[in-house]
Design a protein around this ligand. Structure first.
Ligand SMILES: NC(=O)c1ccc[n+]([C@@H]2O[C@H](COP(=O)([O-])OP(=O)(O)OC[C@H]3O[C@@H](n4cnc5c(N)ncnc54)[C@H](OP(=O)(O)O)[C@@H]3O)[C@@H](O)[C@H]2O)c1
Length: 331
């Protein structure tokens, strides 16, 4: 029996975690639920003990009554907890957002869009001084916090503080190994941290073609070319799957080629379901302005249609501008 109450030797647990990220996410979710469920049960027993008129003397309870109480409490807790993960987070639940990669080209835009909509921001950066110089702290509603996603879930959970939601816009660069450490394991650590903090909404910035192989795009030049650099799409796909199996309310945003130029130059937003947009010449659009992507990442917190969805996004000049309430309605 492990300290978490699960009948798994820790070496077996570690093996499952190493080979099956979905099992690891399920394990963590289960561990959090079990610990909460046992707290509920314990509390109920204590309450009844106190209500017997003989405070603290649990022997006053008959064995049958105690058993019945335990099973009712367990059932109530189990029902409550089994529903928890499937409930979409609502915009009203979210006041403070933790932005991982806030100093990045998209991350800084995400911070701005969050502030426009009145969210408080915990802007996670590796170097606070550099981030300050870059203007990440757009106003007093933004707190700069230090976080390196390679330092594990505990330190990330501490950095998340009172956040209600997470937006991850991190990405490795340069050294090919960083894609495994950041786009894969870094995002996995962020999901683990979000689970520890009972955060309910997680928005992940990923990329078109992450699932290219399964989607029949193995020969797509974009799929081949991008994976030549540190296997980046395959690394991102691992973290996508991990998030989807975590029980957190998620939105995975998969953009095409990112442009620094505004939407007026790149075009208006085109959204597609999972595994439908591949940046092919026969399709509408392959690039998108980072400004638009930042808006989509933030609106994913607010629009109920974004709940537990993958959205693929590009831009096209002949696409009409649509209100954000329609961005996720076709998924
Ligand atoms: N470029 C494209 O066309 C394209 C297309 C689709 C998707 N994407 C993906 O979109 C995401 C964002 O792209 P972008 O161009 O906005 O990225 P970016 O400007 O390169 O920013 C990446 C961010 O990740 C942070 N980061 C890197 N390693 C970290 C670590 N160990 N701990 C914490 N933070 C770390 C960086 O922090 P520092 O400032 O400290 O370095 C930076 O804030 C990436 O995942 C990228 O792969 C890109």
């Amino acid at each position: 029996m492990t300290s978490s109450g699960l009948l798994l030797p820790s070496s077996s647990t570690r093996q499952i975690h190493a080979f099956n990220p979905q099992a690891r996410a399920g394990f963590l979710r289960c561990r959090h639920r079990r610990s909460y469920a046992s707290q509920c049960i314990q509390r109920s027993v204590e309450n009844v003990s106190e209500g017997t008129g003989n405070k603290g003397d649990s022997t006053q309870l008959s064995f049958q009554r105690r058993e019945a109480l335990l099973s009712t409490s367990a059932l109530t807790a189990a029902l409550f907890l089994s529903d928890l993960s499937s409930l979409p987070a609502t915009a009203a639940d979210i006041k403070t957002v933790f932005v991982a990669g806030a100093s990045g080209s998209t991350g800084i835009r995400v911070v701005r869009e969050l502030r426009k909509r009145g969210f408080t921001v915990r802007a996670a950066v590796r170097d606070v001084e550099k981030a300050r110089e870059k203007g990440v702290q757009v106003d007093g509603g933004v707190e700069l916090v230090t976080a390196d996603v390679t330092q594990g879930a505990d330190s990330l959970a501490a950095a998340m503080g009172n956040a209600d939601a997470v937006i991850s816009a991190i990405g490795g660069s340069g050294d090919a190994n960083t894609y495994h450490a950041v786009d894969n394991e870094g995002n996995v650590a962020l999901v683990d941290a979000a689970l520890k903090k009972n955060i309910r909404k997680f928005v992940l910035m990923s990329s078109l073609l992450t699932n290219g192989k399964e989607a029949g795009q193995s020969l797509n030049p974009g799929y081949i070319f991008l994976n030549l650099f540190g296997n980046v799409l395959n690394e991102k796909l691992v973290s996508e799957k991990y998030l989807r199996a975590s029980g957190l309310d998620y939105t995975i945003v998969r953009p095409g080629g990112l442009k620094k130029t505004p939407p007026s130059e790149v075009g208006n937003l085109v959204t597609g379901k999972e595994d439908t947009l591949f940046g092919l010449p026969t399709q509408r659009g392959k690039d998108i302005s980072r400004d638009t992507v930042a808006e989509v990442l933030v609106e994913a917190l607010r629009q109920p249609g974004a709940s537990n969805k993958v959205v693929e996004v590009v831009a096209a000049k002949d696409e009409p501008e649509r209100p954000s309430s329609e961005w996720f309605s076709n998924l």
